[in-house]
Design a binder for this molecule. Structure first.
Ligand SMILES: Cc1cc2nc3c(=O)[nH]c(=O)nc-3n(C[C@H](O)[C@H](O)[C@H](O)COP(=O)(O)O)c2cc1C
Length: 177
């Protein structure tokens, strides 16, 4: 729809059948009709961050990623924790946005869905702060034991988690509407 608000969703997990990806798919189903919603699928193709290539002509995948971020009115990041930290592929993507300022004053919601996830969640808040993203406390959500809150098809089964996700998402929608 022309003029509709755009939300770009990014999953920190590349895994087929990922819980984080399934959460983003669920959010797509509750998106207001006048919003344009896309899940970014280029994370695995982004080259490793190299300041030497972070110039006027960066790799094509980086340019495309930055353009998608620039065009979005809001970003939603949903990530697991690996080894007490942020998954490398997600951190790599975020490193490409430091010099471009693609997240500068951008409205971002953060969901960390993992076994525990506290460390990645805290690290993501720091990283997004460094990138000058606009985050609001009611648009951040930590979901521990995520695998126990989904069925084998990746559908959310935990009522409280579904409600928390809806509320978090609605807050982002309201902020950018
Ligand atoms: C290499 C590896 C390291 C992990 N380390 C952590 C960890 O430090 N903390 C945590 O909460 N979960 C950890 N997990 C478990 C993940 O949170 C869990 O597998 C989660 O479901 C992954 O997200 P996904 O389903 O979207 O792929 C780890 C998983 C893997 C594969």
């Amino acid at each position: 729809m022309p003029g509709s608000k755009k939300i770009l969703a990014i999953s920190g997990s590349l895994r087929k059948g990922s819980s984080n990806h399934n959460i983003l798919r669920f959010l797509g189903t509750i998106m207001p009709a006048d919003f344009d919603y896309a899940i970014y699928d280029g994370l695995a193709q982004l080259p490793h961050f190299d300041p030497g290539f972070d110039n006027d002509k960066p790799p094509a995948q980086v340019t495309e990623f930055r353009e998608l971020l620039n065009a979005a009115d809001g970003i939603i990041i949903c990530t697991p924790e690996y080894a007490f930290g942020v998954p490398g592929s997600l951190k790599n993507a975020l490193d490409w946005t430091v010099s471009s300022g693609s997240l500068d004053n951008k409205k971002v919601a953060l969901i960390t869905a993992s076994t525990g996830g506290q460390n990645a969640h805290a690290a993501m808040l720091l990283i997004l702060g460094a990138l000058n993203a606009e985050l609001s406390a009611d648009e951040t959500l930590l979901i521990p034991f995520i695998r126990a809150k989904m069925d084998s098809e990746g559908n959310l089964t935990d009522a409280l988690t579904i409600e928390s996700l809806k509320a978090t998402f609605q807050n982002l929608i309201t902020r950018i509407a």
